[in-house]
Design a binder for this molecule. Sequence first.
Ligand SMILES: Cc1ncc(COP(=O)(O)O)c(C=O)c1O
Length: 396
Amino acid sequence: MNDRLALLTAYPFERLARLKAGEHPPAALPHIAMSIGEPKHAPPALVIDALRQNLGKLDSYPATLGLPEMRAACAAWLARRFAVRVSADTMVLPVNGTREALFSFVQAVVSAASNARPVVAMPNPFYQIYEGAALLAGAEPLFLNTFAEQRFQPDLDAVPAATWDRCQVLFLCSPGNPTGAVLSLDYLRHALQLAERHDFVIAADECYAELYRDEAAPPPSLLQAAVASGHDGFQRCLVFHSLSKRSSVPGLRSGFVAGDPALIKPYLLYRTYHGCAMPVPTQLASIAAWNDDAHAAANRALYREKFARVLPILAPVLDVVEPDGAFYLWPDVQRDDATFTRELFARQNLTILPGSYLARDTAAGNPGRRRVRISLVAPLDECVDAAQRIRNFLER
Ligand SMILES: Cc1ncc(COP(=O)(O)O)c(C=O)c1O
């Protein structure tokens, strides 16, 4: 087997299952899962209808490049959402959810040609795929801590120039999982300056771009930062978008990447061999989803309502703030996060995720330590019930 597989860390949910093993929570309380980031809102009817209507189209192999209509719908959405002009012919590719794309893109892009060991930089805590992708590509993961004091933004200026010189990919995630922090246009432009100076690619995971607090301030895209910096060709930029969170269809496995055609072209070649074309019915359902913004706004409103109901219950006992984006709370619980998680489960039959499982130890500590991730994905009543249970737990 590939010996790099041994470098992979157990996925946080495996560690969580081990943490909970042997506990016997009160059977009278139904279990509430707030650990995983799987949207639970009803999928929009227009997506389900389009999928049903096109099931007959399973009789041909789909092209890796996708249907022109699919790429056009993605480009049109980018134009509406971020006011950027992206060529549907050369700058967009459908992917089967961003997870596989975040992984496979790194395999396609990391080069061992230079003598120095390649670096793939990422925020810490982070979506676990970034690290696995880096390790399996033979790169060294570089963890950029995100602490509350820096508004959960990786400090790019703390990285020595010699390390940036070895960097081949910088992952950014905005809105961030688990912090919910949004990176500003200025921050993204600064990241691009570094990318240009040290010749690396920025992989911007924007899968939460449609879930944000302030309707008047939607999170910007790396593509906007590129245009604002005069890079209309999106040099060194690739953004990752998904319907999983936007349209509450994590099971559809539908997303797309967009950006620099000089990255898209070889990545398409890689994907052709990898064999990960999107089925035609999925593409047609995805077109319906990308073409409609009303359901995404309604989805956003549902999360806002959850924050509005949950935060007043938790605020007296927990240091909680409403994040700028995504659907997580990331509070400092002022004690060991794994113990907190285990005891909460044991007493309240409620599962959350220890923050340290989502981060790695660094010289400056583990930025997930003493924090927990609480996903507001369950129905509103369950979220309110869960908040009340956390409060009861902390008040006892
Ligand atoms: C930050 C982040 N990126 C990517 C993904 C993958 O989403 P999908 O593969 O459903 O597009 C997730 C899912 O939880 C995530 O939290």
